[in-house]
Design a binder for this molecule. Structure first.
Ligand code: SF4
Length: 141
């Protein structure tokens, strides 16, 4: 349900900004769970890698110049680790990684998308982060 809500928000944003949107085939729940079970406290780099690889490959297939990620706007993500993982993927896939530190625009981005009436995520994305958000604790602490 959360994935559907976020996808719908992306579609609305694409329409409102007149930008094209390339959608993935779906949310690969089983692959994700298989990759992170047993490493729950260190799941984020695994997750970054899965998402960014898919993004880089889609960008390459479409003949685009580069790929990037909205993760770079979040003050809650491990920014340096994202850069490292994305740079490695860029080399493997053979496409540039566009880097910019978007974090200074985090609050403004929230305000703008709120004014647009777009859905805002209440937690990062996986079932573990949902649990952490509502149980108010951190796995591994
Ligand atoms: S907390 Fe976010 S980045 Fe980390 S594994 Fe979950 S969805 Fe991925």
């Amino acid at each position: 349900m959360e994935h559907k809500r976020r996808l719908e928000a992306m579609r609305q944003l694409a329409q409102l900004t007149d930008l094209p949107l390339i959608e993935a085939d779906g949310y690969e729940m089983i692959e994700y769970m298989r990759a992170v079970v047993g490493h729950e406290a260190k799941r984020c780099p695994i997750c970054y890698k899965m998402r960014l690889e898919q993004t880089a490959r889609a960008a390459k297939e479409k003949g685009l110049d580069a790929f990037t990620t909205t993760l770079l706007i979040s003050p809650y993500q491990d920014h340096d680790q994202i850069i490292e993982i994305a740079s490695d993927i860029a080399k493997d896939v053979g496409i540039d990684f566009y880097y910019q530190d978007f974090r200074s625009g985090f609050r403004e981005g929230h305000r703008i998308t709120k004014d647009m009436g777009l859905y805002h995520q209440p937690y990062c994305g996986c079932i573990y982060s949902e649990w952490e958000r509502y149980a108010k604790f951190k796995i591994g602490e």
